[in-house]
Ligand binder design. Structure first.
Ligand SMILES: Cc1cc2nc3c(=O)[nH]c(=O)nc-3n(C[C@H](O)[C@H](O)[C@H](O)COP(=O)(O)O)c2cc1C
Length: 390
C-alpha cells in the first residue's frame, strides 16, 4: 500500500476522548502492565489498555488486583479492562472505578476463550446468553454514565461457526450505550489458530453506528492499513504483533500519518529496547515491593517471558537465549546483552509472522445446557474469578 492509498481516517472518538492515531494496544493478561504500556507509549500515540481486572476481585478489594490498576502520570486516557459475568458485581466494580477516579475508559472483556472461563459461562461464552449480556453491558454503562467515562466491549465472533453472536451482541451493546465495539475476528473455538476473519469485522462495521475497532492478525503497520481498507473500521487493536516489537507503534503512527518509514532495528537497538523494557518493569515492581532488591528481581522475572519475542529470527545461540530468559538482575541483563552483536541487521524473515499464542482449535467448554437456552439470563455460578490477570 502506498501513501496515496492510505484510507482517510479520523481520530477515534471514545466518549469525550479523541485518540490519534486510531490505534489500541489490546489488553493482554500478564503483558500490558504499566511498564510495558509506557514502553509502547514512548513509541507512538494511541490508547493502551491495561491488563484485565476481574470485577469480583476489585469489589472485594483484592490487594493484587488493586496493585494491577496502575497508570503512568502521563497516561491519557487511562484505559482499564474489566471481566465480569454478574451485572450487579460489574456495576459495583464500575462504580468503584469512576468514584475513585481510577480510569478514564472502561472496556468489558467478552473474548476470553480459556476453558476455565468459558466452562463457567464467562468470557467468549457469555454473549450467547443474549439477555444476560445486554443486562451486563447496560449495568456497566449506567454505572459509568454519571462520570462520563466511556464503556466499550471487546468480543469474538461467537462460540464457534454454528453459534455466531457478534452482530447481535454488537447491536445490543450499541443499544446499551457503549462508546465502541471491538471485534477479534475469531470464534472462541478457534482460540488463536487460523486467520482472523476480517470480512466479519466489515460486516459488523456495516451493522453499527458506533465506532467499530478491528482486531486480529495485525503483524505489521501495513496490515493495519489493509484492515482499515478492507473493513472500514474506525480503529485497529494490536495484540501479539507488538510482542518483542514495541516499535510497531512508531510504525503505526507513521503509517496513519501517511509516512512510509518502517523500523528495522539492529540487534544493538533491540538490546537497548530490551534494557528499557526491563528497567521499566523493575521501576513498576519496585513501587510495590518490600525492598528495592525484591522489586528488581520481580521486574526481571516478569521480563523473562519477553526475551524470545525480542530475539525471534536473530542468530543468537541457545545458551545465551536461555541465560537471558533466567535473569534476576539488571546487571546480569547488561552483561548478557553485551554479548550480542550490535551490528546484526533485523531478520526480515521475522516480519509479518505470527508471534505469541498460536494454539490449535478445539471444542469450547461450556456449562451444561448453555447452548440450548439463549434467553436464560441467570448469572452463571462460579464464573466470576476472584483473581485478576486472566
Ligand atoms: C498473552 C495474551 C493475553 C491476552 N489477554 C487478554 C485479556 O486479558 N483480555 C482480552 O480481552 N483479550 C486478551 N487477549 C486477546 C488479545 O487482546 C487480542 O484480542 C488477540 O490477541 C487477537 O489480536 P492479535 O491477533 O493482534 O494478537 C490476550 C492475548 C494474548 C496473546
Amino acid at each position: 500500500m502506498t501513501a496515496s492509498t492510505v484510507p482517510a481516517l479520523r481520530p477515534l472518538t471514545l466518549g469525550q476522548h479523541q485518540v490519534w492515531p486510531p490505534v489500541v494496544l489490546a489488553p493482554m493478561a500478564g503483558i500490558t502492565n504499566v511498564g510495558f504500556r509506557r514502553l509502547c507509549r514512548e513509541q507512538g500515540g494511541g490508547i493502551y489498555v491495561c491488563e484485565m481486572i476481574t470485577t469480583r476481585a476489585l469489589v472485594e478489594r483484592n490487594p493484587k488486583t488493586l496493585r494491577m490498576i496502575a497508570f503512568g502520570d502521563d497516561e491519557n486516557p487511562r484505559s482499564l479492562q474489566l471481566y465480569g459475568t454478574d451485572p450487579e458485581i460489574t456495576a459495583a466494580a464500575v462504580r468503584i472505578v469512576v468514584e475513585r477516579n481510577l480510569a478514564d475508559h472502561i472496556d468489558l472483556n467478552f473474548g476470553c476463550p480459556v476453558p476455565k472461563v468459558t466452562r463457567r459461562g464467562g468470557g467468549a461464552a457469555l454473549p450467547w446468553r443474549r439477555r444476560l449480556f445486554a443486562r451486563l453491558v447496560r449495568a456497566a454503562v449506567a454505572a459509568a454514565a454519571p462520570s462520563g467515562v466511556p464503556v466499550t466491549v471487546k468480543m469474538r465472533k461467537g462460540i464457534d461457526d454454528d453459534h455466531l453472536t457478534y452482530v447481535e451482541a454488537g447491536l445490543a451493546a450499541q443499544e446499551a450505550g457503549v462508546a465502541a465495539v471491538a471485534l477479534h475476528g475469531r470464534t472462541a473455538s478457534q482460540r488463536y489458530s487460523g486467520t482472523a476473519d476480517w470480512d466479519a469485522i466489515a460486516t459488523l462495521k456495516q451493522a453499527l453506528d458506533v465506532p467499530v475497532l478491528g482486531n486480529g492478525d495485525i503483524w505489521e503497520a501495513d496490515d493495519a492499513l489493509r484492515m482499515v481498507a478492507h473493513t472500514g473500521v474506525d480503529g485497529v487493536v494490536i495484540g501479539r504483533g507488538c510482542l518483542g516489537r514495541p516499535w510497531l507503534f512508531a510504525d503505526l503512527e507513521a503509517t496513519f500519518n501517511g509516512r512510509l518509514e518502517r523500523r528495522l532495528p539492529t540487534l544493538g537497538e533491540v538490546a537497548a529496547t530490551m534494557r528499557r523494557h526491563a528497567e521499566l518493569l523493575v521501576d513498576q515492581f519496585t513501587a510495590g515491593a518490600r525492598s528495592p532488591a525484591r522489586g528488581e528481581r520481580d521486574g526481571c522475572t516478569d521480563f523473562r517471558k519477553h526475551v524470545a519475542w525480542y530475539l525471534k529470527g536473530f542468530p543468537v545461540g541457545g545458551e545465551l537465549r536461555r541465560s537471558l530468559a533466567m535473569i534476576e538482575s539488571l546487571a546480569q541483563l547488561d552483561d548478557l546483552l553485551g554479548k550480542l552483536d550490535p551490528a546484526e541487521p533485523f531478520p526480515v524473515t521475522a516480519l509479518g509472522q505470527p508471534r505469541g499464542r498460536t494454539n490449535s482449535p478445539g471444542k469450547v467448554s461450556l456449562p451444561e445446557g448453555w447452548l440450548a437456552s439463549r434467553d436464560d439470563d441467570t448469572v452463571p455460578e462460579g464464573a466470576e474469578m476472584d483473581d485478576s490477570g486472566g
